[in-house]
Design a protein around this ligand. Structure first.
Ligand SMILES: Nc1nc2c(ncn2[C@@H]2O[C@H](COP(=O)(O)OP(=O)(O)OP(=O)(O)O)[C@@H](O)[C@H]2O)c(=O)[nH]1
Length: 673
């Protein structure tokens, strides 16, 4: 027999067992031969299902994202929610006008043949033992602790366990009543906060909504009806409890039979305890009221009284549990499989030195291969989305920017103060001799000034590139060694060390290159002479332009707008020599810049190759074998985060396995009914 039809049979049997009108309590007694049929049936067939659910709750399976079917009590403020729960449990809960329930109260009633009821209040990490006399105060104290002393609410639930002889085995959640207008001490958005909390609880399909309506109210205007309808349009998981029947008996019969608000599971009218009445008296008064009241007695007996409500809830609870069991089992299986595969995907625990060495070799190999791909071969399939790791392209961009910077810096601007520096230097470098010889000192001083002017730029470039390379290397190392905490520390440190060393080496090379450019002027490049000759072809024209009084001219090789107005005071010999000096420098400066850029690029690539092929591995190995590292054994130690993750997953797998067992067993049992 299918599990659902089996439970339907149980439920039919439950509803067919009539409630004795003189049985004033929702009493479930134990083991006694005279127990009413509902009770023995209950004990035999429903109790095991509830025990199974209780086990699932104990396992805290909701933490694994699996919902446990429950009955959630909702209602407008002061509609009588807590009073209904009180009536079912036969204990006092905080009641009154204004907001009393300010946190979700999970009430777990368990029928047990104990001489004295046992009450336990659990919240956060606390467990408070209490009794019937003090439970209301204990709840108030816990509520204040969770939601503060004013009238605010909190999402953190309180769980009240009630083990008592004769209570129905039910688990219900009482939620704060819906209030539209904040009272003093309540936040302005109290309505939204309460609504959000209620919706979270009633949305899951596994929830039975117990909608508490006051007979004094027009049901069509009840906010709680609107909320439950928004998640349960057909009303098939909503049961209405109408409280305060004693206060407003007029028209109640018509209201519950007309069902204007579409309550799929029907109505049960009750009369709760008033003031200091005892529970026994309250039940008696309730029975008398629905038996004798001229208007209320017309309501069908299957729709009145707390015992009927208890019986309906117990049946519904069993039904919803059974309905959800197959789906729950599927979800548990899915979750179990995904947790197991995640657990398996975690790196193997290193148990021996051989394991550790193998892991070490594997990490070095992977780091080298990844770096070779991204830094040397320009393959970025391992980082398709992360542009920063498309290293060859990023390095080309850096090199281009460096070249642009050198070509656009003031030292490379040949138009500014045209011939001014050259004239001044020639003046200072004069010597006794023939006038048509170019003094070499003037050229060298001019060159030195320029080289000094740009000397910080290559160093800046080198630093920038090594900063970038360091980030890349560390990112790659971290990725490949993330599961091996100690090894990760050692490899990262090695990466940083080797890069610091190579950075210093590169800087030294660049400084040397700059110094060389400062002290020597040499090139074998024929372009120098070709360009020089081209530029010198304009020498006499320039002198003519100056003396003809031009302000700005176009000079071949320098372009438009070269200012020459300031040169009028100089004679042709000075101008010719200064022009010659300038043109030599222009041609040579191009060669200098090209040399600086080309050699920097070549050296950088050479360093990157060395880093990837040799240096990094050498450094890591020496760190790994150094006494300060702590030996191979230290590799066997797992990182705290990985150990935590492994423990968490193992716990979760254990809970899910146990839950699976619980659910499978109860499904087998139900199917055999
Ligand atoms: N006469 C009468 N009064 C009732 C009945 N049910 C509840 N009350 C009273 O209505 C008031 C509100 O009842 P509660 O049970 O505190 O209502 P609640 O919905 O839990 O209140 P909040 O959680 O604060 O929204 C209390 O004074 C109860 O005594 C009933 O059936 N008859």
């Amino acid at each position: 027999m299918g599990i659902y039809s089996a439970i339907c049979r149980i439920n039919e049997k439950l509803t067919s067992l009539s409630v004795d009108p003189d049985d004033h309590q929702p009493q479930i007694s134990n083991g006694d031969n005279n127990v009413p049929p509902i009770v023995s049936f209950y004990n035999e067939e429903i109790r095991p299902i509830l025990d199974a659910v209780e086990n699932l709750r104990r396992l805290n399976i909701t933490k694994e994202g699996i919902q446990i079917p429950s009955i959630v009590v909702v209602g407008d403020q002061s509609s009588g929610k807590s009073s209904v729960m009180e009536s079912l449990a036969g204990i006092s809960l905080p009641r009154g006008q204004g907001i009393c329930t300010r946190v979700p109260l999970i009430m777990r009633l368990q029928n047990h043949p104990v001489a004295e009821p046992e009450l336990l209040l659990e919240y956060i990490e606390k467990v408070v033992s209490t009794d019937e006399e003090h439970v209301a105060d204990a709840i108030n104290t816990a509520t204040e602790e969770l939601a503060g002393k004013s009238k605010g609410i909190s999402n953190t639930p309180l769980t009240l366990f009630v083990k008592k002889n004769g209570v129905p085995d039910l688990t219900m959640v009482d939620l704060p009543g819906i209030t539209r207008v904040p009272i003093r001490g309540q936040p302005e958005d109290i309505y939204d906060q309460i609504k959000e909390m209620i919706m979270d609880y009633i949305k899951p399909e596994e929830t039975i909504i117990l909608n508490v309506l006051s007979a004094t109210q027009d049901f069509t205007t009840c906010e709680s009806i609107r909320m439950s309808q928004s998640v349960d349009r057909t009303g098939l998981r909503t049961l209405a409890v109408v409280t305060k029947a004693d206060k407003s008996p007029e028209g109640l019969h018509e209201k519950v039979t007309a069902d204007d608000v579409n309550i799929g599971l029907g109505y049960v009218c009750v009369r709760n305890r008033i003031n200091d009445e005892s529970y026994e008296d309250a039940r008696k008064e309730e029975a008398v009221l629905f038996q004798n009241h001229p208007l209320l007695s017309k309501i069908d007996k299957s729709m009145v009284g707390t015992p009927v409500l208890a019986q309906r809830l117990v049946g519904l609870q069993a039904l919803i549990i059974s309905k959800t069991l197959p789906e729950m089992l599927r979800k548990i299986n899915d979750k179990l499989n995904s947790q197991l595969s995640e657990l398996e995907s975690l790196p193997k625990n290193l148990n021996s030195a051989a394991d550790a060495i193998a892991a070490f070799m594997q990490i070095i190999g992977s780091v080298k291969e990844s770096l070779r791909k991204i830094l040397v071969r320009g393959e970025f399939d391992e980082y398709p989305e992360d542009k920063n790791m498309h290293c060859t392209a990023r390095l080309v961009k850096k090199l281009n920017d460096y070249s642009k910077d050198l070509h656009e810096c003031p030292e490379s601007n040949h138009k500014e103060n045209f011939l001014k520096d050259e004239i001044m230097l020639l003046e200072e470098a004069k010597w006794i001799g023939l006038p048509n010889f170019m003094p070499r000192t003037a050229f060298l001083v001019l060159l030195q000034n320029k080289v000094i002017g740009i000397s910080s730029r290559p160093i800046q470039f080198i630093n920038d590139v090594w900063d970038y390379l360091e980030k890349v290397v560390i990112q790659v190392i971290n990725r490949h060694s993330e599961h091996y905490y100690q090894l990760q520390r050692c490899t990262c440190r090695s990466g940083e060390n080797v890069i610091a060393r190579m950075r210093e080496h590169s800087k030294k090379q660049v400084k040397e290159a700059i110094e060389m450019e400062k002290w020597t002027d040499y090139t074998c490049n024929p372009e120098y002479m070709t360009e020089y000759n081209n530029l010198m072809a304009n020498q006499s024209t320039l002198v003519e332009y100056v003396h003809d009084g031009y302000g700005a001219v176009n000079i071949n090789g320098l372009g438009d707008g070269v200012q020459i107005g300031h040169l009028r005071e100089y004679n042709a010999q000075v101008l010719n020599q200064a022009y010659d000096l300038k043109m030599r420098m222009i041609c040579y400066w191009r060669i200098v810049l090209r040399r600086l850029i080309d050699t920097t690029a070549l050296r950088l690539l050479f360093s990157i190759n060395n880093l990837v092929n040799m240096e990094l591995e050498k450094e890591i190995t020496s760190c790994f074998t150094s006494p300060s590292f702590g030996g191979i054994e230290s590799l066997l130690e797992e990182s705290p985060s990985m150990a935590g993750k492994r423990a968490m997953l193992s716990r979760s797998v254990e809970v899910l396995r146990e839950s699976k067992e619980v659910v499978s067993n109860i499904m087998d049992r139900i199917s055999s009914y």
